[in-house]
Every structure is written in structure tokens, then in C-alpha cells.
Design a protein around this ligand. Structure first.
Ligand code: SF4
Length: 447
């Protein structure tokens, strides 16, 4: 029997600073798949049109892949509309697909924007499987778990979901980097989150089971980055201190120390930025001992911890699972023991739903107490955004009260506040309005 001729395929990942880690991981998964022949390109959204046109000269089908957070919703909509109009004559050859936190949390809204396919949750299995299907003449994706597509067969198109994709393990099959395509950067050492903060997409996107990249594979990543000339080695995980712990919650001091020593050796003089952004650390587990451990083995200069509110009532409402004093203690330990630290960023969310004037005042007082601990403390200010897929997704968008506004402004003048709270206030309202427009259909399943 003659083998079916493969369709030539290209993917244009629209790459920016905010989605680079997801794109690196997807590139790594594609590179690991020996059966897949596909050309990859990584244009910035502003150069996408030229790049897609170029890819169309060599490929029969071009997949234009977006990965975006809710904060980029409006921008994504503009880019998609522009590209769809530019390639309207090539509709059979250009497919627009979306993944990432926003698309996963609001698959039907994302399809309503004009995407052809939405990838829900982790794409490392579903995206290569989708590409493999495209290289054949088949256009039926219903057997690939993790997708949402518009079922065009019925009179009224409805959203069809193909079930949840099985979670991956962060091992050699699924690297954080795409070596062949030089997609290099922070190493994802942990995925999932056993906590369940109501505003956060992580546990709903990646599940509550913490998965860690085994140490030997992490060391392989460090070696590759050092070979490529990286001077700083960065990591991605929701809670760096819990790395390799049994429950993903309580730090295992001995394992962490063993891992950090091995990382330093593998880094051969490059800086190990363990605990530094884009990783975070849960405040309640930062003890004097762990802060000293970080000081001994990590070159982290900019760390981030979440406070979110100074009101115990609001912390409970958000299921933060720590109290206000945990934040103050954590900041004190970090400042006292981590001598290489230049900044300790402490996240706060303004405009939380149900927040009273007293709750707001408590947050402002906590900010004031924290910045007094050290000039290195900087309030990382946010405005509440009802993010799709989270328990708080249908709550009203945040508006920053007058007194919080003036606290942020005052701290900013002192160099102790930084954040996008003003822009996020606008985005939060826009997300809410957009979701009203594209309300989930009755037939849509849960995320
Ligand atoms: S905010 Fe951090 S701790 Fe809370 S659910 Fe999200 S990732 Fe987990």
C-alpha cells in the first residue's frame, strides 16, 4: 500500500516576553517527537503578517499559534482580527489556534473571538498530536484530548470539547527548552499547585498535584544553558521552596540543600537564581533556616512573595491558607538573612470583591509596616481581575479605592511600589464586559 503523502506544515508561534516559557516548552515537546516534520517560526505579533506570508510560500498549511493571558485579551483580539482579515483568501491554509491561561479558562469565548481551535490546559501532548493529524489529510481532531472546537455540523454551531488531556510529567520527554530552535530560558521545575487561591488560574490550569522536574533532568537543563552561554539560570515554579518535597507544600530542607548544591556545581560559575522571579515562594514556609539556605546557595536578587491582602477575612475568603503575620515574618527573614537580595516584592491585590473599607485600611497598614522593615521591600501592586477558569471568575472587576490609590502613589514616589494596577483596572473591566458578550453556552462543560 502506498504511504499517504505528508502535508507540509509550518507553525508561527506569536512570541512575546509573557508567553515565552509556554512556547519554549511546546517547542521542546515538538522537538522530542521524532515522527513530526514541521517548520517552526517565532515572530513577534507585530511581525506576524510578514512571517506568515513567508511561511505560506513553503508550507501547505500554516498554524498561527497564540498563547495568552487574560491581561492580553484585547490586544490578542486586535491581532487576530488583523491577521484573519489579511489572510481571508487563505482561510483553508491558515489556521488560528489559541492556548494558555485565558483560552483554557474561557474556551467558548476564545472560539467566539475567531479562533479555529482552542487548547485547554497543558499543550505538550495535544499540540503535537494536532499537528500530526494536520500532516495527514484528516481534519477530524475529536480524538485528541484537550481541545475545544466549534462543531459546525449542527445548524447552530456549538462548542465541542474533546475531554481533558492527561497531565504530563516534567521529565526528559517534556523539556522546558527547545534546544534545536534555540528556545532557551527559565527552567520549569514545578507545575501544578496544591493551594487553591480563588483568583489564580494555576491550580485550575495545571491541577492540584505538584509535579517536579527530577534533579537529574534539571541539571541537564542547567548544563545546556551554561553551554549556550547563559550567565543567569532562572526557574519557574509556584513555590520554589517546596521543590522535591513529598506533598508539594512543606519544604524538605535536606532535599532542597542537596539539589541546590548540585545546581551550583552544574552551573560552573553561572548564577543560580533559585527563588527569584519568575518563581515565587509561599510566605508561611520562609523560615530563618530556609532564608539562610537561599543565602548560601542562591544568587537570587529579586524575590516575590504573595500577601494579597492585610485583612485576615479577605485572606480566608480567597483561600490563601496563611495569615497576615506569616507575610511579615517571611519578609523579615528574607531581609535579615539573604544578603544578595536587592528587592523583596510583595504582591497585593486591590479592589477585591466584597472588600470593606476596613479590609482596605488593613491592607494599606500592612503595606506601610512591610516597607518599614527595609527599603528593599517593594509593594507589587495589582488590581483584581476576574480571571476565567477561577472560582472568582464571575465576580465584579476590581476598582481601586481612593485611599489605596493614594497609598500606591505615595509608596511609588519612595521607590517602594511597582505594578500595573492602573492598567489592570481597565483590563479587569474589559475582561468582564467581553465575557458578558460571549457568555459560555449551556452545552459547554466545565474547564
Ligand atoms: S497564587 Fe500561588 S499559591 Fe495560590 S493557587 Fe496560585 S500558584 Fe498556588
Amino acid at each position: 500500500m502506498q504511504r499517504e503523502k505528508q502535508i507540509q506544515l509550518a507553525v508561527a508561534f506569536l512570541a512575546s516576553d509573557v508567553n515565552r516559557f509556554s512556547i519554549n516548552a511546546l517547542t521542546g515537546a515538538i522537538e522530542q517527537d521524532q515522527t513530526l516534520e514541521v517548520t517552526l517560526a517565532f515572530p513577534h505579533p507585530r511581525d506576524a503578517q510578514t512571517e506568515i506570508a513567508r511561511l505560506l510560500t513553503g508550507a501547505q498549511i500554516v498554524v498561527v499559534a497564540f498563547s495568552f493571558m487574560s491581561s492580553a485579551l484585547l490586544f490578542t483580539r486586535q491581532v487576530l482580527e488583523r491577521l484573519r482579515a489579511s489572510f481571508a483568501r487563505e482561510r483553508e491554509r491558515v489556521l488560528f489556534v489559541a492556548g494558555g491561561p485565558h483560552a483554557s479558562g474561557d474556551a467558548s469565548g476564545t472560539l467566539a473571538m475567531g479562533f479555529d481551535v482552542v487548547f485547554i490546559g497543558e499543550g505538550e501532548r495535544s499540540f503535537p498530536a494536532f499537528l500530526r493529524t494536520l500532516t495527514t489529510s484528516r481534519r477530524d481532531f475529536s480524538d485528541i484530548p484537550g481541545l475545544a472546537i466549534l462543531d459546525q455540523k449542527s445548524d447552530k454551531p456549538r462548542v465541542m470539547r474533546t475531554g481533558r488531556a492527561a497531565p504530563i510529567e516534567l521529565d526528559a520527554r517534556f523539556p522546558s527548552i527547545g534546544l534545536r530552535h534555540r528556545r532557551l530560558g527559565a527552567i520549569e521545575i514545578g507545575r501544578g499547585c496544591p493551594h487553591a487561591c480563588g483568583f489564580c488560574q494555576t491550580p485550575f490550569l495545571h491541577g492540584a498535584r505538584m509535579r517536579y522536574r527530577p534533579l537529574d533532568n534539571l541539571l541537564w537543563h542547567i548544563e545546556q544553558l551554561v553551554k549556550a552561554g547563559f550567565k543567569d539560570i532562572r526557574f519557574v515554579t509556584p513555590d520554589a521552596l517546596a521543590y522535591l518535597s513529598d506533598d508539594g507544600v512543606h519544604p524538605d530542607y535536606a532535599r532542597l540543600e542537596h539539589a541546590l548544591k548540585a545546581m551550583r556545581e552544574a552551573a560552573r560559575g553561572a548564577k543560580i537564581k533559585f527563588g527569584e522571579f519568575p518563581s515565587e515562594m509561599r510566605p508561611e514556609y520562609i523560615t530563618a533556616d530556609l532564608a539562610q539556605l537561599i543565602d548560601r546557595y542562591s544568587d537570587a536578587a529579586y524575590v516575590a512573595i504573595g500577601a494579597q491582602s492585610g485583612s485576615e477575612r479577605m485572606l480566608e475568603a480567597m483561600h490563601r491558607e496563611h495569615d497576615v503575620s506569616a507575610v511579615e515574618l517571611a519578609v523579615s527573614h528574607l531581609v535579615a538573612h539573604c544578603r544578595k537580595l536587592k528587592k523583596v516584592y510583595v504582591d497585593f491585590i486591590a479592589g477585591l470583591p466584597g472588600e470593606s473599607a476596613l479590609d482596605e485600611a488593613m491592607s494599606q497598614q500592612l503595606m506601610e509596616r512591610l516597607v518599614r522593615i527595609s527599603p528593599k521591600v517593594c509593594i507589587h501592586s495589582h488590581t483584581f481581575m476576574p480571571l476565567p477558569g477561577t472560582p472568582m471568575q464571575f465576580m465584579p472587576p476590581g476598582s481601586v479605592g481612593k485611599t489605596t490609590r493614594s497609598t500606591f502613589e505615595k509608596l511609588s514616589r519612595r521607590g517602594q511600589e511597582w505594578g500595573d494596577w492602573q492598567q489592570q483596572e481597565e483590563i479587569a473591566h474589559a475582561i468582564s464586559a467581553f465575557r458578558q458578550e460571549t457568555r459560555p453556552q449551556k452545552n459547554d462543560g466545565p474547564l
